[in-house]
Design a protein around this ligand. Sequence first.
Ligand code: COA
Length: 329
Amino acid sequence: MTHLTEGGLSSVVVGVGSRLPKRIVSNADLQKSLDTSDEWIVQRTGIRQRHVAGEDEPTSKLGLGAAQAALADAGLSPDDVDLVIVATSTPDHTFPSVATQIQAGLGMTHGAGFDLQAVCSGFVFAVATADKFLRSGSHRRALVVGAETFSRLVDWTDRSTCVLFGDGAGAIVLEAQSREQAQGRGVLTTHLRSDGRHREKLYVDGGPSTTRTTGVLRMAGREVFRHAVGMATDVAEDAFAATGTNAEDLDWFVPHQANRRIIEASAEKLGVAPSKVVLTVDLHANTSAASIPLALSVAKADGRIKRGDLVMIEAMGGGFTWGAALIRW
Ligand code: COA
């Protein structure tokens, strides 16, 4: 738990951006090669389409595009940033990290970059990590990126998983500001959890030290669904309790975009009005660590999220991992 009011610095969002692959695959497109239907997918998940990366669009390229867009939104150049944290489970290579690739793409030879892996909760974990770096005074500005190409991990013949995922990237720029400068803005609190006993419910069946292959995503969908709402709402309640706020104080609820039914059930359990829920799962499907910054980017661009708004981000994913953060935008 972190308290904005106790430290001398806070981590303020000064820019947001995104990058999606060019190719869009609709449910109707999937229907041509899979025993599925637009109706089944929309009814169970809310997903209507997903972007799928081409061979020339690896995770680092999408992440670089999102990072550049976030810097442009902030009116900053790569020289102004000294930390790059990338949340991803689909790196271009086992190593080096996507973060160092993005650093190089930006022309940065200063500062530090590293990847962080918490699957679909990755962006929340990355925001929490960057916030701690910035408030410690060790770094001044951080690019926090969620970038994924889950289309490379799914079995395209398994209708119970492949219809759910998509590719994309989103990024924010966080800046360390003094309390006087921040005037109450910034990351107010972060809450992270994990429990490795749930490994078998959502995992990839390969890896460098076991099969020496990338592997394929495996999921017990019903089991994941059963845990998702409780986990998401627990950490959201922790964030409210830590800041003395409640669902009515929220301007925007921006959860991980896995499934419309999970999002709506979570919002209802928390008492968040449907009008405050940012929903992009219909357009992007589940882009894992990229889904929250993509949704933030959409809601900022269309004028919903404004300076001073209270925004909650929240996610759960493989591991299980789960987490929430409250941000005064
Ligand atoms: N199209 C058509 N039918 C499908 C299908 C598809 N794409 N995928 C599965 N089905 C079928 C199943 O084969 C099953 O048929 P059967 O009854 O003849 O065996 C039927 O639909 C019901 O399957 P089930 O898995 O019980 O459906 P569900 O209502 O649990 O919905 C999910 C499946 C995956 C949509 C749902 O469990 C879910 O959203 N889980 C959470 C997944 C998630 O968000 N993971 C990421 C977390 S970060």
